[in-house]
Design a protein around this ligand. Structure first.
Ligand code: COA
Ligand code: AMP
Length: 628
């Protein structure tokens, strides 16, 4: 197949193109209304199709004779456990779990929050919610109680599903105190919580509200799949924006299933019966799409890995899993590869495993830096493919389309627009730019299936956050350029979003937390480049008059506060006390100039700066502390 022809067809006749792709799936009632604008002018896919995502992912395969095939492998070096579920076993577990939820009153459209570690029950919970036509919202385990509280308040779940603990290498992280605290902080109260008691620690249950997962499950009767419309929501996944409040990205059932299935064919060239491993966490979009939904809808075998790329027990962990389970495609974030490279630079551990079944390695979450890409290619001898993604889209916006026409890899580029995505580079005035010109990366409407159609409960935020900056386009928040061959280079965010070890966080939110500390008059949280994690946050703070504290004292206080309010994954450690922050005459803090300075780049100072001497003051402080 020819890439240009496929992409052009998706642009010229989106409805015809996606009707054909949708026909590959087992709908209860095939959609006739493929693409239409709703009363708010938002493009919606497959509105009149009837389906159930969990049916497509499980029951259908059992009906097609795949019941005995392995659907899910659980490999947990931190508990030395390995377990496998066939499609029949997984379908039965999911049906029983859906029955348990139904008995607690969960019906179509209700929300269920899932706050769980990387264990099979997290996947089972997601699919059980989908089976009932309800809406799940998975919250990553590394978030602190206030972050969970914000999500409970916004999604208003009827039920919360959780586990007694997660395991971080050797640390047991108790989830229940975090959950109890979050419920206490939230004005919305769930009717019930279902707790999976893990052997490492037992959670204390609140009488009348909390239930023991296993006891309840044993009493439940299996529930059938509930038909939903193509435009009914499957899940809400919260992601960081520029403000303190995360945005609830809404994913609809129909478009999501179609895009997931198509992506397995077009991007990953993987088929039913093959093993696909996304080494991520179900709390992130990559986990939703490529640990749970896409591999199962495609009839593949997926993997839930409860471990890290290093330390569990060493930097050979990923290669051991690939060899043990004959993984065909591995997908993870660049930070994981950088961690492996640091520990095993010569590939000694890698060389101990038989990777003959592994054909491709995919990377996303942040730009795959050319040195890491080159190292990984050389060590593994496999094609290493970067692709660009967002929570908002749920799948690759640009990729090297293995299933259509593989392209030569250009280091530093995430290759070409995926069919369905009209990628453009715009200037400040919203005009389309030519090859090699840097600008804002925008997607011309309509967006293809699976992309968000609103922010949960806040259509105005969806419009103002994504659609109003450049009318007729979706503003991605990323900047970059397209070269003369059509290869897209994504160079980084143009807003306050920061990417720490592949985790998307907001410096704006961190500033709100830092600014709430008693000692702090004013602050700026800046993304500093980091050799392992890509970026880490660093605070420049002005203390209130009368407060006399050292950098170390301030750093310790603020690191603790960010841990408690956002979570350990923010990796906030360093703070530096300065006398003043540089601002424009209208009072806007010059974060970009400071980011350039901290990262050793030439920094531009806008002519609108209020007092140019402040930049020199900051530079002096940072030099004296050895930051630059
Ligand atoms: N639950 C609770 N705490 C968690 C957590 C979770 N699910 N995940 C991370 N944390 C904690 C860690 O324990 C650590 O806490 P500490 O400061 O008390 O030690 C902190 O958050 C930072 O964790 P992490 O970013 O994982 O750093 P690390 O130094 O422990 O490990 C890497 C470094 C590179 C191995 C790790 O970041 C990694 O595996 N990254 C891959 C990320 C990824 O897959 N992203 C998905 C995008 S596709
Ligand atoms: P998330 O929503 O957590 O998936 O994060 C999305 C953001 O991560 C994007 O807006 C980019 O800034 C960044 N990102 C993800 N994948 C890539 C990639 N392959 N190249 C460059 N940036 C990426």
């Amino acid at each position: 197949m020819n890439y240009q022809a496929e992409h052009q067809r998706s642009m010229a006749d989106p409805a015809g193109f996606w009707r054909e792709k949708a026909s590959a799936l087992p709908w209860f009632k095939a959609p006739e209304n493929i693409l239409a604008q709703d009363e708010h002018g938002i493009h919606r896919w497959f509105a009149d199709g009837e389906m159930n995502t969990a049916y497509m992912a499980l029951d259908y395969h059992v009906e097609q004779g795949r019941g005995a095939q392995t659907a899910l492998i659980y490999d947990s070096p931190v508990t030395t456990t390995q377990r496998q579920y066939s499609y029949s076993e997984l379908r039965d577990e999911v049906a029983q779990t859906a029955g348990m939820l139904a008995e607690l009153g969960v019906t179509k459209g209700d929300r269920v929050i899932i706050y769980m570690p990387m264990i099979p029950e997290a996947v089972i919970a997601m699919l059980a919610v989908a089976r009932l036509g309800a809406v799940h919202s998975v919250v990553f385990g590394g978030f602190a109680a206030p972050e969970l509280a914000v999500r409970i308040e916004d999604a208003q779940p009827r039920v919360i599903m959780s586990a007694s603990c997660g395991i971080e290498v050797q640390k047991v992280i108790e989830y229940k105190p975090l959950l109890d605290k979050a419920i206490e902080l939230s004005s919305h109260q769930p009717e019930s919580c279902i707790m999976l008691q893990r052997p490492q620690t037992a959670a204390t249950l609140v009488a009348g509200r909390d239930y023991d997962w296993k006891t309840l499950l044993a009493q439940a009767a299996p529930a059938d799949c509930v038909p939903v419309q193509g435009t009914d929501p499957l899940y809400i996944l919260y992601t960081s924006g520029t403000t303190g409040k995360p945005k609830g990205v809404v994913r609809e059932n129909g478009g999501h299933a179609v895009a997931m299935n198509y992506s397995m064919e077009a991007i990953y060239a993987i088929d039913a019966g093959e093993v696909f491993w996304a080494a991520s966490d179900v709390g992130w979009v990559v986990g939703h799409s490529y640990i749970v939904y896409a591999p199962l809808i495609r009839g593949c075998t997926t993997l839930v890995f409860e471990g890290k790329p290093i330390m569990t027990p060493d930097a050979g962990a990923f290669w051991r899993v690939c060899a043990d389970y004959k993984v065909k495609t591995l997908f993870t974030a660049p930070t994981a590869f950088r961690a492996i490279k640091k520990e095993d630079p010569d590939g000694t551990l890698l060389g101990q495993y038989d990777l003959s079944q592994l054909t491709h390695i995919f990377s996303a979450g942040e730009r795959l830096d050319p040195p890491t890409q080159a190292w990984l290619t050389e060590q593994t001898g496999k094609p290493v493919i970067d692709h660009w993604w967002q929570t908002e889209t749920g799948w690759g916006i640009t990729a090297n389309l293995l299933g259509i026409e593989p392209m030569p890899v250009k280091m530093g580029s995430s290759t070409v627009p995926t069919p369905g995505f009209n990628v453009q580079i715009l200037n400040d005035a919203g005009e389309e730019l030519g090859p090699n010109e840097q600008g804002y990366i925008a997607l011309k409407l309509p967006l293809p299936p699976s992309c968000l159609t609103t922010v949960w409960g806040d259509l105005a935020k969806f419009k103002s956050g994504y659609l109003e900056a450049f009318p007729g386009y979706y503003a991605s928040g990323d900047g970059g350029y397209i070269d003369e061959d059509g290869y897209v280079f994504v160079m980084g965010r143009v807003d306050d979003v920061i990417n720490v070890a592949g985790h998307r966080l907001s410096t704006g939110e961190m500033e709100e937390v830092v600014g709430s500390h008693d000692w702090i008059a004013e602050c700026a949280v800046i993304a500093a480049d980091d050799a392992l994690k890509g970026q880490i946050p660093l605070g420049l703070v002005v203390l209130k008059s009368g407060i006399d504290r050292t950098d170390a004292e301030v750093a310790q206080q603020l690191a603790q506060l960010i841990r408690a309010r956002i979570g350990p994954i923010a990796c906030y450690k360093d703070s530096y006390v300065v006398q003043r922050l540089p601002k424009t005459r209208s009072g806007k803090i010059l974060r970009k100039s400071m980011r350039q300075m901290i990262n050793g780049q030439e920094y531009a100072v806008p002519s609108t700066i209020d007092d140019p001497a402040i930049m020199t003051e900051i530079e002096t402080v940072l030099r004296s502390r050895g930051v630059i």
